[in-house]
Design a binder for this molecule. Structure first.
Ligand SMILES: [Zn+2]
Length: 98
């Protein structure tokens, strides 16, 4: 299961430098961006400058499937989101998700 590479786009509009917007996968398979610090999320990468366009995810619910919510690079490319892979980070275990 680990290590696993996670990709992130930009910093969060709510917490700035502290939070990275990771490309994350919903149970439906749809991709969205989710902040690693405050759990603000947004379905549209073009809308992240406006924090009112997003929502906050349920942290407990997310942590139950944290590993499963990491899309592969192939899934990201298939969704046309490769351009949002601006940074990458390797997670060595579940504690790297929070
Ligand atoms: Zn944030």
């Amino acid at each position: 299961m680990y290590p696993i590479t996670r990709y992130w786009y930009k910093n969060c509009p709510l917490c700035g430098h502290e939070g990275e917007l990771f490309i994350t996968k919903k149970e439906s398979g749809q991709l969205y961006l989710q902040c690693a610090e405050c759990f603000w999320a947004c379905d549209d990468p073009a809308a992240i400058a406006d924090s009112s366009k997003g929502y906050v995810v349920d942290i407990d619910e997310y942590m139950q499937r944290a590993r499963a919510a990491v899309p592969t690079l192939e899934e990201i490319e298939a969704a046309g989101w490769a351009k949002y892979c601006q940074h990458e980070e390797v997670a060595d275990g579940p504690s790297d998700f929070v």
